[in-house]
Design a protein around this ligand. Structure first.
Ligand SMILES: [Zn+2]
Length: 197
């Protein structure tokens, strides 16, 4: 997938999951509100607070969105258990703070063997969590999609005037329902098609 909007999570997820109608002012429609099935959305950071739809907002929603470096592994495991507990639906859309925030915390650039090993560890965990969800809920169709890519060979770059890690425009889309979306703007229609055909 190529990210053809600013590769910043809220903007990309907005391009993926919303339709904007401009009559009677600006109206945003989320895809989970416009499918003919029981849908849930968990921890979608298009807005703050992050969106929980048909799922109770957990007390720890802030830490589930931005786990601290010190508690990262513990919190992402706790969050994953929350998703397993509440994620049963005909359409489940869920966002995880890995690998992105693991990148920011632990390996902003892969320039050493240690950084590479660290990256593999967190990508492995992200893949395990995705597999857990598939094995638990056994969806007929699934889409695993990144909202942007990492990683640069530079530790920090100039992002909108601030020194930050780089997000790349090259991302990933994995599915058992071909063909996968090629751009964020194709995700909305892809989801509609996946649940309605
Ligand atoms: Zn990031």
């Amino acid at each position: 997938m190529y990210i053809d909007v600013d590769p910043i999570t809220p903007e990309v997820l907005s391009a993926m999951f919303t339709r904007k109608l401009f009559y009677e002012g600006k109206v945003v429609q989320y895809v989970w509100e416009h499918v003919n099935c029981y849908a849930k959305a968990i921890n979608i950071p298009i807005t703050l607070p992050t969106i929980y739809y048909n799922v109770p907002r957990p007390r720890k929603w802030v830490t589930y969105f931005t786990p601290t470096k010190e508690e990262f592994l513990q919190i992402v495991n706790e969050y994953h258990n929350f998703v397993l507990e509440h994620g049963d639906a005909e359409l489940l859309i869920v966002w995880y703070p890995i690998p992105d925030q693991a990148h920011h915390h632990f390996f902003s650039a892969i320039t050493t063997k240690e950084a590479f090993d660290e990256a593999v560890k967190w990508y492995d965990l992200a893949a395990k969590f995705a597999l857990d969800l598939i094995n638990e809920f056994k969806p007929k169709r699934f889409l695993v999609v990144g909202d942007h890519g990492f990683v640069s060979d530079l530790e920090f770059g100039d992002v909108r005037g601030k020194k930050e890690n780089y997000h790349h425009r090259e991302s990933l889309a994995l599915t058992n329902f071909a063909p996968p979306p090629q751009r964020p703007s194709q995700v909305y229609c892809w989801i509609r098609k996946a649940v309605e055909t």
